[in-house]
Ligand binder design. Structure first.
Ligand code: ADP
Ligand code: MG
Length: 481
């Protein structure tokens, strides 16, 4: 029993030790686990701290989005109304554009109607002032007077008799270049619409033809003003219309054509019929320059003058015995409609219309006089034939009328500026010029206008004659008045 008890006690003792060991191990394990948990907890705490601001910004973003979503329908509505308004404005714009185009068309029609009412051939008269240096001659007394109430009438005292001439308009001596141009500018612009136009300066040497057409540098005449106007008119029509303006300069001397802008101004030019059967004429080899600015036209004019001067000994004399033509072509293209137009503006400074005294003229001087006489009477004949609706119009009787054929016939418009000198020594020439004016005045061009204007009285339709002039009214009963 004692031995058993001892064994038991020993066994209990070892069990007790075993128990204590296990407990200690469990304790240590628990302690380390506890530590790990603590560390985790600290990490989680840390995370929580950093998450908080993130959460704050998220909340903020969320709130912001929420607000935006709330605002969205309102914003959308606003955008839609704005867009609708824009659509309305652009359709209003289109309406305006349509109206604008209609107005432009109407304007063009009115303009054409105005030109038509004024007649396809208009004859104007310009009396130049007495120049300095002329006053001390026997010419002091002014032979030309005007009607204060009627700007279409001019009186000329000739050998003690008072002659009355009636034209479409008379420019008195004080009329400015600008005033003269205002009267012709509607013709100039009509060539943008595709019409052919001729403007002639007719009169004896020294009556102011070149002054009216070319003018002086400080006060330019019709030529330069016309091109300036064309430039500004075509630039207004951009971008719908694209225009090209070209110029040529030609001189007709002794019935030969000279190219004033070419490299060889003494070369003679020919007039040919276009081979396409259109009946249009053209001048092979004629130089054309495209012009876009006033500088361009001045360069072209200078070249033309230089070439005109090089071939003669005395430019003043030579220019009074030849016709100078400035030919302006205006070609337009409308890129949106595909329309094309082409108009020609012929600005002609004619040779002096004075008659040569038969005794003094011989040789080359006589030939010059014959050529001038021939072409000026051909011009009168052509206009007369057109007026009388003759089936045959003698365009071919002179180079001048042949060259201008397509600008004198059909729908063309012609303006004759008859220049008159106020001096007593020039009165008989002034009478001739004014009679020529009466002869061409109120001539109709084109078939559509047969009854608009009536022919002048028969007393003035005969060819100009200086002798036996009575005091009579060279009136033209125009039914447009
Ligand atoms: P034409 O060319 O007919 O021979 P011009 O034009 O050369 O005549 O004119 C002769 C002179 O008269 C020139 O000196 C010119 O400057 C002057 N003259 C002509 N018309 C006017 C005018 N309206 N105002 C001032 N001077 C003029
Ligand atoms: Mg001249």
């Amino acid at each position: 029993m004692e031995r058993a008890q001892g064994q038991l006690e020993a066994e209990m003792q070892s069990l007790e030790e075993e128990k204590n060991r296990v407990i200690e191990e469990a304790f240590i394990r628990a302690e380390s686990e506890m530590k790990a948990v603590h560390e985790n907890l600290a990490g989680v705490r840390m995370n929580l701290l950093t998450l908080q601001p993130a959460l704050r910004t998220l909340t903020c973003d969320y709130n912001c989005l929420k607000r935006q979503v709330q605002d969205f329908p309102y914003m959308l509505e606003k955008a839609i109304t704005e867009a609708k308004q824009e659509v309305k404005v652009s359709s209003a714009n289109q309406e305006l554009l349509r109206k604008y185009k209609r107005e432009m068309n109407l304007r063009k029609k009115c303009h054409n109607e105005l030109v038509r009412l004024k007649g396809n051939i208009r004859v104007l008269c310009r009396v130049r002032p007495v120049c300095a240096g002329e006053t001390d001659a026997a010419d002091t007394k002014n032979k030309v007077t005007f009607d204060p109430d009627d700007d279409a009438v001019l009186y000329l005292s000739n050998k003690g008799k008072l002659m009355t001439f009636e034209l479409d308009k008379v420019f008195p001596t004080q009329a400015t270049q600008e005033e003269v141009f205002q009267e012709v500018q509607s013709l100039v612009t009509s060539c943008i619409d595709g019409f052919n136009v001729c403007i002639f300066a007719y009169g004896q040497t020294g009556s102011g033809k070149t002054y009216t057409m070319e003018g002086v540098p400080e006060d330019p005449g019709i030529n330069q003003r016309a091109l300036r106007l064309l430039f500004s008119e075509v630039s207004e029509k951009k971008p719908d219309w694209d225009y090209k303006i070209t110029v040529s300069m030609v001189e007709i001397y002794n019935e030969t054509l000279r190219n004033l802008l070419g490299d060889n101004p003494s070369e003679k030019l020919d007039i040919k019929m276009c081979p396409d059967g259109s009946g249009q004429l053209y001048v092979p080899g004629l130089t054309e320059f495209t012009v876009e600015s006033v500088e361009d036209i001045n360069k072209v004019f200078d070249l033309g003058h230089m070439n005109r001067a090089t071939a003669c000994t005395n430019l003043n004399e030579h220019s009074s015995r030849s016709h100078a033509l400035l030919i302006v072509t205006v070609a337009g293209f409308n890129s949106s409609t595909g329309h094309r137009t082409s108009g020609k503006l012929n600005l002609v400074d004619l040779a002096g219309s004075e008659r040569i005294t038969k005794s003094g003229a011989e040789g080359s001087r006589l030939r010059e006089a014959q050529c001038i006489n021939k072409s000026l009477s051909a011009l009168g004949d052509v206009i007369n034939a057109l007026r009388s609706k003759h089936s045959h119009v003698p365009f071919r009787n002179s180079r001048l009328t042949y060259l201008l054929q397509d600008s004198l016939s059909g729908d063309s418009k012609t303006l004759m500026m008859v220049q008159v000198s106020p001096l007593e020594s020039n009165v008989s020439e002034s009478v001739c010029s004014l009679k020529f004016a009466q002869r061409v005045r109120s001539v109709e061009i084109g078939p559509s206008s047969s009854s608009r204007r009536q022919a002048e009285s028969s007393s003035t339709s005969s060819s100009p004659t200086h002798d036996g002039v009575e005091v009579q009214r060279y009136s033209l009963l125009s039914n447009m008045k």
